[in-house]
Structure formats: C-alpha cells, structure tokens
Design a protein around this ligand. Structure first.
Ligand code: ADP
Length: 766
C-alpha cells in the first residue's frame, strides 16, 4: 500500500494526548522528494532504500541537452508572467516572477495545484505549459466578454518575456497612480467650480493639497477623498423654486386628507405667511397625536403643495448625538449626521424635513441628540449649523422642518420650547368610515390591482371592521385590515380569470346559484377537487359580515361594558394614552384584614396618590353617604383590606385623572350599589372633594363613544374642550359637568347617591 514517491520531512513538533482518544498533531518541515528503490522491512515500521529526486545536478547532468530545458524554462516563464498579469492572485507564479522561487520549483508547485504525476522537471514543464496556455486563452476570452479595458492589454504587452525581471508590477502601479492623480485634479476642478461657501472652499483646497502629498495606501487618503466628494455633492446653493398658491394648497390638502380641520387651518396659515414673507423665521410646527392619524402624510402634502423635496428623518430610538451632528473626522469610518446626509440625498438646500417621532429620542453616554437638534431647529442659529464631519457651517435656514410626536410629555422642554404644538386627535367612527371610503379603499384597490367593479365594501362592513376588528385612534390598523380583504379578493379574482379561460369547467356548474360571496368560495376551496368546479365569483364580490369573518377571523373586540358592570365595585374611567383615548374598568374588592390598601395594574406614583386621596375622602364622608364596611362600621378600613385593580395590568398607567373613577368604584363597593353601565368618567380630585380639570378630553370622549357609552362625567372646567368634538358625537352623548364629588356620585348611580342631610341644630339663645 506504500506510494512509490514520497516526501522526506523533519518532524519539528508533536502535540497531543492519548486521552480521551489518542489524538496527535505532527508539525513537519518538508526536505525533498524521494523515490523508493527497495523496501527493506515492513515491521515494526517500514524501512526502505530511497533515492532523492529533484536534485539540481539531476537536471543539469542527466538531460541530453541543457538547451531544451532552458528553452522550456523561458517558454514557461513567458506564459507564467502572462497568467500573472491576468490574475496576480496566482501566488506561486507571483513569487516566481518576483524571483523568490527558483525556476525548478515552480512547475512543482503548479503540479501540486493541478495534481498530476510527473517526476522529471522536463516532463513537468511539458505538462504544465499547455495547461498555462489553455488558462491564458480562457482568461483572454473572459476578458473579451467583459467591458474591454485598455490597461489590461497594455500590461500584458509591457512585459518582455525573455528578460528575467525582478519587479514587474511597478509599471501598473505607476499607471494607477497617474490615474488617481488625474482624479484628484478633476476633484480640485470640481471644488473650484462648485458653489460652496468661502469657508468651505478654503477648507477643501487645504485638504486637496494634503491629498496630493499623501500616499494612497494611507487610510486617511480614502477618508479625505470621501470628505471632499461629499463637500462637492452637497447642495450649497441649489434650491427648488417654491410654487406656493394658497388656494391650490387648500384644495390639495382637502383632497389628500379628510377631516383634521384644525390642523389644515393652521398649516394654511403657516403657508400663507410664508407666501407673504419670503424667509419666515417662524416656529417649527410639531404635530402631536396618536399613530395613524395622518401626521406624516400631512407633512408630505405640505412638501407637495410647496413643490419642495420631501425627506423623512426617523428619530425614534436615536440616542447618539453623532446621529444628528455627525462624527468627527478623526474617527475611521466617520460619517456626517442625518441632517447633512438628508441634504445630500435630496440634492437641494430647501427641502421639507419631517423629523418623525421627536418624543422617542433617547439619551445615552454618547450625548443627548435632543440637544443637537436644538441648534438645527432654532431659526436664529441654524443658518450656521456645523456638522462635526464637515467641520464647516452649512446654512439650514431654507429647510422647512416639521416634527411629529405621539406625546409632548417625553419631548425635552428646551426642544418643546422651539416648536408650536398642533394636536391631532383621533378620529370618530364616522370620520373613519369617510376616510376609508374616500382614501384608504381606493388606495388599497390600486395597490392590489383591483377595480371597484370587482369588489364592493359597503359602509356597514367598514363600521364592522372599525368596531370589531380595530381599537385605535388612527386608521392604520383599519388600512391593514382593508389590505387583507383586498388580498383575499385578489386571489378570488385571479382564480376566476383562470377559470374563465376554461369554459367547460364553468359550464359544469350551470344552473346553480351563481351568486356567491367569499365565504362560500372559501368552503369549496377546502375540498380540493370540488374547488375546480366552482364558478368564478360574480363581480363585484360583496364583502358582508360573513366574508369579513372568513377573511379576518372572528371579531377581536366585543362591547363588554354591561357584562363587567354587573357587580358593585366596578366603574369605568377614561384614560389618555399616546395611542389615543381608552376606556378603563377600575375594580375594587374588600376582605378581612388590617386596613391595608393594595394597588395592582402597574400604577405610577401619581395614580397611587389618587387612590389614597379617594379612600381618605370616602372615610371622612362615610357617615354622610351611609357607607359601611362588612361589619357595619363607618370606619371603612376597620378590620378590612381593600384591593384596587386597573386592568390591562401589563401597561403602565399614571396621571391624576382616575381620581373620580376610584371614588365612584369604592363608593359602589361600600354601598353595595351598581354604577350605571353606560357612564364613564374622568377628573382629578382633591382632599376636599373638588373635581379638577384634566387633559385629553377629546380623545377620551371619542374612546367612550367608540365603546358605546352614553353618559360622560367630566370636570366642569373642561366644558370648553367639548367644542372641539364633532357635533354628531356630542349629540350621541350626554355630558355631566361636575365640580365636586357629590355631583359625580349623583350622576354615576341610578337615582342619585343619597346624601344624609346635615342636621344643623340652631339653639335659640332666647
Ligand atoms: P402618522 O404619521 O400619524 O402615524 P400616517 O401619516 O403614516 O400616520 O398615516 C397613516 C395612513 O393613514 C396614511 O396612509 C394616511 O394617508 C392615512 N390617513 C390618516 N389620516 C387620514 C385622513 N384624514 N385622510 C386620508 N388619509 C388619512
């Protein structure tokens, strides 16, 4: 089993162990090749008489003519150089060409690559030369199929095969350098002809001077070059011409967006002032509202009305100052910030920048991005905004910034101070239906390649989607559901088209009731062989409630209000979240104990304090309202523990507005009476029993309306906020204005909440 030819080697190192399994690694240095002449013994290890191969005298002495070998070597050299020019990655050839490898070794190393058996050098040359020739031809062909490149040919011609050169690639290096030099000259020309500011020009010319002296291999070379290219690309003086016409802007805004009257009015005012006064140093507009109410899309419309470029910068989660201001150029891989990058992308210096989600800016060890935004947004400062990467001022005063946020609570005060907040509240159900039919459905039909002749979504279905499949202030989820319906219908329509091309199948179902909706179709689809026999659905496919259930699954939300209020100790509060208004069931229970109050549902400190306030007020008014604990004592906490729970326990809640709800809920618990099932309430309380105003009234009222509630108790001082609410919503609801807790309790319980009249005895002095 021994090979005839082997390699003699010197063992340099043996590493390994016998445990758990014998495993050794042997490091050897190869010495030369040999050939076995005779095997002397096999055991315990083979011993043989060998003869060394590849000895130099072998080549010179044994050959009939040295000339033949010389010729072969020259020939080989010529081809090897050519192959190397095509691809310098052939390392053994490269080493040979550079003189690191002796001529006799080269064919060996090539042979080892190609794997064939030839012992003598002459033989090896003869075998490898045709292979090299073939390789060169292949490479030439490959090059022809690529884009013809002059320099490659030049390189091949430039090599003189008969001469042993030790440093061939210098020619190509020179060429590259020359090319790069040309590029730098071009870049310099571009810099001089660009319209950059004087300060920037000065910096650029200094940098280009440095670049010319710098060797290309330095990492800084690429960095400087990229920097200069960016400087040339930036729109220093390039802008689009505003085509602002207020009447057209009004039409465009109305066409793109339904409702949002307040927002559209303010935007038009802003644009009107801009039309009258060209460089407006006005405040930055910030649209604040729940997701999906059209904040981003209004921003886009503003850009469209002005005829400006639009660029959105998402700031959610940005927690590094360099994201806004860029990295200093001392860092490898440094980049400009998002503002400068945005300008480079749009290519003009007066775009509309939408700073999306400014309330979700983070903070970290890398600095506060909100602080960096201060300079960007301040009209007094932003004409000389300095990005760390550019290190020269760029004029941002022509850029129109618009910001969006879900809540103002998390916007840093300094940033908030520079912006004018425009609240964009959620939509009513009627508004949502209109938006769906005017904007969302036509858009979805277009996206899915459908026409109104193929699908029909009546308004009742839209209402069903809104009430049973979504619970949101905006319309994003509604849009997604409509998308899902369109997808399902697209399948049916495509299938129908397919079937129409096979008339024999369609005829098979003749006489049957052709009218079907997606539900029935889906049923037939489940039985694969009958599916093919089904008729193409009759157009338009009507989406009714059954079809809806089939496509979107069973309804996700049902009105559960009356069910949950069937016991004492439950009341409905109204909460405001960044996602819009929500109704919230507050539950209370009591048990034997030591007068402790347990609060659950991830409450913030302010809410916990409200709970304590409510208990204290009820304890101090227990006699007046005839409230007793389980053993009939007016001391409500005597031998009693109270547990208050705010459902959706995983969501953190805070704020003072649950005060009245907690009082009502506890009053119900201690009086054993049920709170009216159609009442919701909101308001802050004081220890003296006053009801103070709270925020987010519009969103809260809309949430109560969505949930089908009829009566809403709000603080009297919030009465003015009701004007913002659409008339049809106001007509559906009854509002109770309360200035003290007595009024709240009277409205929350059927037939009022009895107050024991205070008996004031007047003792006559007479
Ligand atoms: P936001 O930025 O407030 O989260 P978007 O601007 O992304 O919301 O709006 C989500 C989708 O809803 C968009 O497709 C938008 O066109 C649509 N939309 C929202 N409000 C309206 C409206 N009043 N009229 C027409 N389409 C609307």
């Amino acid at each position: 089993s021994l090979c005839r030819i082997g390699t003699a080697a010197l063992a340099v190192q043996v590493v390994g162990s016998n445990w758990p399994k014998p495993h050794y690694t042997l490091l050897v240095t190869g010495l030369c090749r040999f050939q076995i002449l005779q095997l002397l013994k096999e055991k315990p290890y083979p011993v043989a008489e060998v003869e060394q191969l590849d000895r130099l005298e072998q080549f010179t002495n044994q050959h009939k003519s040295e000339e033949e070998l010389g010729e072969l070597s020259e020939q080989f050299y010529k081809y090897a150089v050519q192959v190397n020019c095509f691809n310098p990655m052939y390392q053994c050839i490269y080493m040979y060409v550079w003189g690191f490898l002796s001529v006799s070794y080269l064919p060996f190393s090539l042979c080892s690559l190609i794997f064939f058996n030839a012992v003598r050098l002459e033989e090896r040359f003869k075998m490898t030369i045709p292979l090299l020739v073939r390789q060169i031809e292949g490479l030439k062909l490959l090059q022809k199929t690529r884009k013809p490149k002059q320099d490659d040919d030049k390189r091949v011609v430039a090599i003189r095969p008969n001469r042993r050169i030790n440093h061939i690639p210098s020619i190509t290096e020179d060429e590259e350098e020359e090319e790069d030099h040309d590029d730098v000259v071009m870049l310099e020309k571009k810099i001089r002809t660009s319209s950059m500011s004087e300060q920037a020009l000065k910096v650029c010319l200094k940098e280009i001077k440095r670049l010319k002296k710098m060797p290309q291999s330095m990492p800084e070379y690429a960095l400087t070059r990229n920097y200069l290219e960016l400087m040339v690309e930036l729109p220093w003086n390039k802008s689009t011409k505003d085509r602002l016409e207020i009447r057209a802007a009004r039409i465009l805004l109305d066409n793109d967006h339904y409702a949002m009257e307040k927002l559209k009015k303010r935007v038009l005012e802003y644009l009107a002032v801009r039309q009258l006064k060209n460089n407006l140093k006005g405040p930055i507009l910030c649209f604040v509202g729940p997701p999906g109410v059209g904040k981003t899309s209004v921003g886009r419309s503003i850009a469209k009305t002005l005829g400006r470029e639009f660029h959105r910068i998402a700031l959610g989660g940005v927690c590094d100052q360099s994201d806004i201001r860029g990295h200093r150029r001392t860092y490898v891989g440094s980049m400009p910030g998002r503002i400068i990058n945005g300008l480079k992308t749009v290519g003009v210096n007066n775009p509309v920048f939408l700073l999306d989600e400014v309330d979700k800016l983070g903070k970290s060890l890398q600095g506060d991005p909100a602080a960096a935004l201060l300079e960007v947004l301040d009209p007094e400062q932003n004409h000389s905004f300095t990005d760390h990467h550019l290190n020269v001022a760029f004029d941002l005063s022509q850029v129109l910034f618009i910001a969006t946020a879900n809540t103002t609570a998390t916007i840093p005060p300094a940033l908030l101070d520079r912006m004018e907040i425009i609240q964009v509240p959620g939509y009513t159900q009627e508004e949502k239906i209109e938006i769906a039919h005017r904007h969302l459905i036509p858009k979805q039909l277009e996206q899915h390649g459908l026409t109104p002749q193929q699908i029909q979504i009546p308004q009742v279905t839209t209402l069903d989607i809104i009430t049973r499949y979504t619970r949101e202030a905006g319309v994003r989820s509604l849009d997604r559901k409509l998308g899902a319906i369109c997808r399902a219908v697209a399948v049916k329509v495509a299938e129908g088209q397919h079937k129409e091309t096979k008339p024999d199948r369609a005829e098979a179902g003749e006489g049957e009731d052709c009218k079907e909706h997606v539900t029935e179709d889906a049923k037939t689809e489940s039985i694969s062989d009958t599916a093919d026999l089904a008729l193409p659905p009759e157009m338009p496919i009507l989406i009714d409630f059954h079809a809806l259930k089939d496509i979107l699954g069973p309804p996700m939300y049902e009105t559960e209000v009356s069910e949950r209020l069937s016991q004492p100790g439950v009341a409905i509060g109204l909460a405001w979240t960044p996602l819009g208004g929500e109704i919230m069931f507050v539950e209370a229970s009591r048990m034997d104990g030591e007068g402790q109050l347990t609060l659950t549902g991830q409450l913030g400190d302010v809410m916990k304090e409200s709970a304590h306030l409510a208990i204290s007020w009820l304890r101090s008014n227990a006699k007046r309202y005839q409230l007793t604990n389980a053993s009939g004592s007016f001391d409500l906490l005597d031998n009693t523990d109270i547990h208050l729970h705010f459902p959706a326990g995983a969501v953190t809640k805070d704020g003072p507005s649950a005060g009245v709800t907690i009082v009502t809920c506890l009053a119900s618990l201690f009086s054993g009476r049920l709170v009216c099932s159609d009442v919701a309430m909101t308001g802050e309380i004081t220890l003296r029993g006053l009801v103070l105003p709270v925020g987010g009234i519009k969103d809260k009222v809309l949430a109560a309306h969505r949930a089908g509630l009829k009566r809403i108790i709000i603080p009297r001082r919030n009465e003015k906020d009701l004007e913002e609410i659409a008339l049809n919503v106001r007509q559906d609801l009854t509002f109770v204005m309360a200035s003290c807790l007595d009024e709240v309790l009277n409205a929350a319980f059927d037939g009022g909440f009895a107050v024991k009249p205070r008996v004031e005895r007047l003792n006559s002095k007479l």
